[in-house]
Design a protein around this ligand. Structure first.
Ligand code: NAP
Length: 281
């Protein structure tokens, strides 16, 4: 199959690439290609004629999105509009990767695929705009929402916790933001399984179980032999940042599980990640 993969240099894109080795894959990423340039995207895709477009490319710096919501909307909203229009013109399927931040975080139970979307920050609003374009422009799409991704070599939470623990000897971590730590390798395998089903729709692709940032940090420290590092729980209100994350926005995987696509518990995935990256002692 011919697959166009946006954001192939990012955490998810570079994990997906080797899993698609049996396919003919064309990567689209900055600086060579920009999804906000609809005309050149159309020309590039037109000459390749993809049967499937995988679209993880995004502005993922949530605080940057809060500081520059127009840019966030241009990349995550209108960039996705460009990608969806290309898919529509070529009759290709599209898989769009979205986020738990399309929800407002006011729930008391993890969010199902059919829960009402109500983003509270610029990143979430821009990703919801992307979902809207995909749902309204295409008959054959998958939307896969994920959360709290980490990957080898990525700028991510586990690496930051280890770095700060080693630099400072103690940590303060938010205890009232709850989500699903998700190993990008598990998500990539689930996406590869999903695209074989042609069961179009909305999916939640996250490791099983939920955690606060505090729980996540404590597990990173435990698995990396740094359990002795003191961690003080703080509140979201005490942690100054540009973006306001939804407080309680874990996802639950119902739709993919019904197709037999399940995820292991986040603690197991994190243990494998820290073992492989050599961060655990
Ligand atoms: N990371 C998370 O915790 C998380 C959580 C929930 C959902 N998601 C979603 O999951 C997807 C994958 O996330 P990720 O962590 O793999 O992201 P990532 O590592 O930031 O990768 C995104 C890639 O897209 C590229 N990109 C940005 N703007 C572009 C443009 N205008 N044209 C072409 N390429 C562009 C980025 O290039 P630059 O690096 O040069 O900008 C980067 O290579 C995203 O759609 C994200 O919204 C992520």
């Amino acid at each position: 199959m011919r697959i166009l993969l946006t954001g192939h240099k990012g955490q998810l894109g570079r994990t997906l690439s080797p899993l698609l080795a049996e396919h003919d894959v064309l990567g689209v990423d900055l600086p060579e290609h920009d999804i906000t340039d609809g005309e050149s995207l159309r020309a590039l895709a037109g000459s390749f004629s993809p049967e499937l477009i995988l679209h993880p490319a995004a502005m993922t710096d949530v605080d940057g999105c809060a500081r520059n919501p127009e840019l966030a909307y241009r990349i995550n909203g209108m960039g996705t509009q460009n990608v969806a229009l290309v898919a529509a013109a070529l009759g290709a399927e599209l898989l769009y990767v979205s986020t738990n931040e399309v929800f407002d975080g006011q729930a008391t139970e993890p969010y199902h695929e059919w829960a009402t979307r109500n983003p509270i920050n610029a990143y979430g609003r821009s990703k919801l705009a992307g979902e809207w374009y995909v749902q309204n422009l295409l008959p054959r799409f998958y939307i896969v929402r994920t959360a709290w991704l980490y990957a080898p070599g990525g700028r991510n939470f586990p690496h930051r916790i280890i770095q700060l623990a080693d630099e400072r000897g103690s940590l303060k971590v938010v205890a009232d933001e709850v989500g699903n730590p998700t190993y990008v390798v598990d998500l990539a395998h689930a996406i590869v399984a999903l695209i074989k089903t042609h069961a179009y729709g909305i999916y939640h692709g996250v490791n099983a179980g939920i955690a606060s940032r505090y729980d996540f940090a404590r597990e990173v420290l435990r698995l990396s032999g740094r359990e002795h590092i003191p961690v003080e729980p703080i509140t979201l209100a005490q942690f100054q940042r540009a973006s306001t994350p939804p407080a309680f926005a874990p996802l639950v995987n119902t739709a993919a599980a019904a197709l037999g696509i399940t995820f292991r518990p986040w603690q197991e995935a994190l243990a494998e990640f820290l073992g492989k990256t050599g961060a655990a002692s």
